[in-house]
Design a protein around this ligand. Structure first.
Ligand SMILES: C[S@@+](CC[C@H](N)C(=O)[O-])C[C@H]1O[C@@H](n2cnc3c(N)ncnc32)[C@H](O)[C@@H]1O
Length: 211
């Protein structure tokens, strides 16, 4: 993709993820997407449990990038209260407004773009990294840098991805990018794959550090 197209894409993405957007994805989401988003979070927890990824211990560290109001993390916290939770997103106050009280109390939240925040996490500092419907909205150049950092420096033990099987063109609103995670994650082995029960255009994958 040319730099010009990527810049235009970024402008659309920036407009899409204005502060009010957080009302549409947090714990208190209302309207047509409410059931889908909560079902997605439940599905994510189910997959993690089936693969025995989660450990209810203080030294188990979980980071969700682009987590908004941490709806996914709230479901995990309910069953694994000892885990240490980390998250980031573009806006802090509105993300907290859309967060359940219980996760608000324990989350360590970083305000900022994932491409910057990820560098705060050093080698082997995170047991499980989650990207749920987030990097699909980050351009190819930045996502490739993020994936390089994950693969070569950060090296979380596990990386769960909810992503899309098709590219959705820019004209239809906020663009979706069909990233090739497997190609970038050379130090990882894909240990799980399924199409989402809630929408077959989406898949869930788990990668495990292989070295
Ligand atoms: C579709 S929402 C997904 C929210 C949540 N992960 C979920 O599963 O419902 C995408 C999120 O990515 C955030 N986002 C978009 N670009 C970002 C970037 N470069 N860095 C951090 N967050 C970003 C948005 O603000 C939004 O909260």
């Amino acid at each position: 993709m040319s730099n010009k197209i990527e810049r235009e894409t970024d402008e659309i993405i920036e407009r899409s993820f204005y502060e009010k957007y957080q009302d549409r994805v947090g714990w208190f989401v209302k309207g047509t997407n409410k059931d889908l988003l909560h079902n997605n979070s439940k599905e994510l927890l189910k997959v993690l449990k089936e693969n025995n990824i989660l450990v209810n211990k203080e030294n188990f560290k979980l980071l969700e990038i682009g987590a908004g109001g941490c709806r996914n993390l709230k479901y995990i916290l309910d069953e694994y209260p000892k885990i240490k939770f980390y998250a980031n997103d573009l806006h802090q106050a509105v993300s907290f407004k859309n967060m359940h009280e219980s996760i608000k109390k324990v989350i360590r939240f970083y305000k900022g773009k994932t491409q910057d925040v990820i560098k705060e996490f050093s080698s082997n500092s995170i047991n499980l990294l989650i990207d749920s419907n987030h990097l699909v909205h980050v351009n190819y150049t930045d996502t490739n840098k993020i994936l390089d950092y994950i693969n070569n420096t950060m090296k979380p033990n596990y990386f769960l991805v909810r992503s899309i099987t098709i590219d959705v063109p820019m004209k239809k609103g906020c663009p979706y990018h069909k990233h090739n995670f497997n190609e970038k994650l050379t130090n990882y082995k894909e240990i799980f794959y399924k199409l989402s029960d809630n929408d077959k255009r989406w898949y869930i994958k788990i990668f495990k550090l292989n070295i």
